[in-house]
Design a protein around this ligand. Structure first.
Ligand code: GDP
Ligand code: IMO
Ligand code: MG
Length: 427
């Protein structure tokens, strides 16, 4: 039975946390499959606001088992501070499962992330500084530390030694930093071993058995399609695969089990960090989107870059993810604009281009070609059905759907769990 993937269709911060939380009541498992605490997912339940970084948003739904899959990178200190924060607010986190194959973000990887960015100077990526890239690099270089390594001190010591061998050369000779001692790192990592033990499980087996038993499993992406290491705006990307295929490799569930892939799509566009962004606005409209949409990073507190909706990107997300549906968020933020421009194609070297160019240089100087749609001024935050929306808001949604290549099955009209119009049911 159904495995659903819910992922970001743009550059992250589309409202994945809210969408996962909304479905959380009807699903049995919510699985994070990639990324780590670079994510910042805001969930508003009644008058309570939660900011989750590493934990799946399903942790807020009683009855749902949250799972951190093998594709995630785990910073144990962040994990425990997030768990403690939720426990203090009365949230039961005891059902959490963590894959023994998930890689650990070690303190030296956080250091390497920060010094690398500093070293890149104005060419920096603008990472979240959480050690994500270096941890995935260690994984691919086969010198990573996995959760299961914490349960064999001798193996752990050998692995940390192997990882630090090259890194200490780099830190001392290139970055002019002090070398990191194996013993110190091992000691720190071992302090987490027993605390982690109750959560560690063979999550591949658990999830596949659950699907055999007709349970509903929801995969929650971090980041977004354009931040994907393979399909995003490389090198201005994160170091994992937020796209749909990542849900399979990052959890050990085969693609034949996935029944639906839902792209979370903001009614306009935002981006955090460096990299190309054709519809970015540098005027008062951009400022207004940032202010009205509260577009400030949940993880790093950086202002998000803001721009109009880009249908070229949405079509691309439909293609690379095989999207079956969109969940359109933050439509309410656009209330009050008389006219709303939407990017329908790019102009590159004087030519009209309908699809995302594969060439990085072309994308860097793509100019948006806009169509302007009429806006609305009525408050839409209380709308419960599509028919409750003003005619122009309906037309805006329909136009986006037409341009983006998949049905819009839900519409967010406010940050709260209930501020959502469900057009087609997901489960
Ligand atoms: P995520 O990283 O994709 O989970 O998204 P973030 O939580 O970083 O950013 C999305 C923000 O938009 C959060 O503050 C949400 O509470 C908020 N949000 C989500 N959906 C809606 C919506 O439909 N309307 C409004 N006004 N805010 C929303
Ligand atoms: P959620 O899940 C928006 C961006 C960073 C940087 C690039 C690489 O909340 O949508 P990294 O630390 O991952 O190596 O940084 O990716 N980035 C995000 N931008 N939302 C996120 O997560 C992001 N996670 C990483 O700003 O440009
Ligand atoms: Mg976010």
């Amino acid at each position: 039975m159904p495995a659903l993937v819910l992922l970001g269709a743009q550059w992250g911060d589309e409202g994945k946390g809210k969408a996962t939380d909304l479905l959380g009541g009807s699903v049995d498992y919510v699985v994070r499959y990639q990324g780590g605490n670079n994510a910042g997912h805001t969930v508003v339940v009644g008058d309570q606001k939660y900011a989750l970084h590493l934990l799946p948003s399903g942790i807020l739904s009683p009855g749902c088992t949250p799972v951190i899959g093998n594709g995630v990178v785990v910073d144990p200190s962040v994990l425990f501070s997030e768990l403690n924060g939720l426990n203090e607010r009365g949230v039961d986190t005891s059902k959490l499962l963590i894959s023994g194959n998930a890689h650990i973000i070690t303190p030296y990887n956080v250091t390497v992330d920060k010094v690398t960015e500093r070293f890149l100077g104005k060419r920096k990526i603008g990472t979240t500084g959480r050690g994500i890239g270096p941890t995935y690099a260690d994984k691919i270089n086969r010198v990573g530390i996995r959760v299961q390594d914490l349960y064999d001190e001798s193996i752990l010591t050998q692995k940390v030694e192997a990882a630090l061998d090259g890194k200490n050369q780099l830190l001392t000779k290139v970055f002019n930093r002090r070398a990191i001692e194996t013993g110190q790192v091992v000691e720190e990592l071992l302090t987490y071993a027993e605390k982690l033990r109750p959560y560690v499980a063979d999550t591949v087996l658990v999830l596949n058995k659950a699907l055999d038993d007709d349970k509903v499993v929801l995969f929650e992406g971090g980041q977004g399609t354009l931040l994907d290491i393979d399909h995003g705006t490389y090198p201005f990307v994160t170091s994992s695969n937020p796209t749909a295929g990542g849900a399979c490799t990052g959890s050990g569930v085969g693609p034949t089990k996935i029944s639906r892939v839902i792209g979370i799509l903001k009614a306009y566009t935002t981006r955090v960090g460096a990299g190309p962004f054709p519809t970015e606005l540098f005027d008062e409209d951009g400022e207004a989107l940032r202010r009205i949409g509260h577009e400030r990073g949940v993880t790093t507190g950086r202002d998000r870059r803001c721009g109009w909706f880009d249908a070229v990107i949405a079509r691309y997300a439909t293609r690379v993810n095989g999207l079956t549906d969109f969940f359109l968020t933050k439509l309410d933020v656009l209330t009050g604009w008389e006219q709303i421009p939407v990017c329908v194609a790019y102009e590159i070297d004087g030519k009209r281009v309908e699809e995302l160019p594969y060439s990085q240089s072309d994308f860097h100087h793509a100019k948006p070609i806009y169509e302007t749609l009429p806006g609305w001024s009525e408050d839409i935050t209380k709308a419960k059905t599509f028919a409750d929306l003003p005619k122009n808001a309906q037309a805006y949604v329909k136009a986006l759907e037409e341009m983006s290549g998949a049905p819009i099955s839900a519409i967010g009209v406010g940050p709260g769990r209930t501020e959502t119009i469900e057009v087609n049911s997901f489960i």
